[in-house]
Design a protein around this ligand. Structure first.
Ligand code: 2AM
Length: 187
């Protein structure tokens, strides 16, 4: 089985901004720059045949390129085991892209483990004892004005996730550049 997900990659300038943010947070385990991404759809464990179907689904997406901005910080989960993530400024074209991808996957009878799309970029992972609620709240408040971008959305990527003792490692299996078909958005 192959553990896979679709995500947007981030430009170096944004990776640098996130790295500076990570350095300013005094707890948690920062994700390495090569592990930072914006997940569009987590597929979970797939057979090679199902993964091929997911690949074909993604190939039919052809929106016009656009851009998003990272904005603010949030705690997802609990301080004892959640993640600190950068939020994403509201962008209807991003929602349309995720929806278009998910409906194409559904058309291939691929059920996603989690339905709701909540765009974010995980920047730190927390484990028990890293920080209490008050400290997390203080840090979130201090960095509420965090902004990074633009993140040009000129394509998406299919990643394989390898789980290991040192954490997950991601491998880009395919890239789908956006080439608008007949000049129109095709989410
Ligand atoms: P995260 O950013 O919230 O950690 C690769 O593992 C990507 O898929 C990560 O970005 C992760 O989201 C997301 N992911 C991992 N496990 C998941 C799950 N069970 N459901 C939804 N998304 C998941």
């Amino acid at each position: 089985m192959i553990r896979a997900f679709f995500a947007l990659t981030l430009p170096d300038a944004v990776l640098d901004q996130i790295e500076r943010l990570q350095a300013a947070i005094p707890f948690g385990r920062p994700l390495a720059p090569e592990n930072l991404h914006l997940t569009l759809a987590f597929l979970g464990e797939m057979t090679p045949e199902t993964l091929e179907a997911a690949h074909e689904a993604a190939e039919t997406l052809a929106p016009a390129p656009f851009a998003v901005e990272l904005r603010g910080l949030e705690l997802m989960g609990r301080p004892s085991g959640g993640v600190i993530a950068a939020g994403v400024a509201e962008e209807p074209r991003l929602d349309a892209l995720a929806k278009g991808l998910r409906s194409r996957l559904a058309g291939m009878r691929i059920q996603l483990p989690r339905e709701r799309f909540r765009p974010h970029v995980t920047v730190l992972r927390l484990k028990p004892g890293d920080a209490d609620e008050a400290l997390v709240a203080r840090i979130l408040g201090r960095h509420a004005g965090f902004r990074a971008g633009p993140v040009p959305v000129t394509g998406l990527s299919l990643f394989r996730s390898w789980l290991g003792a040192g954490g997950a490692r991601y491998e880009e299996l395919a890239r789908y550049p956006f080439v608008p078909m007949d000049g129109r958005d095709n989410f």
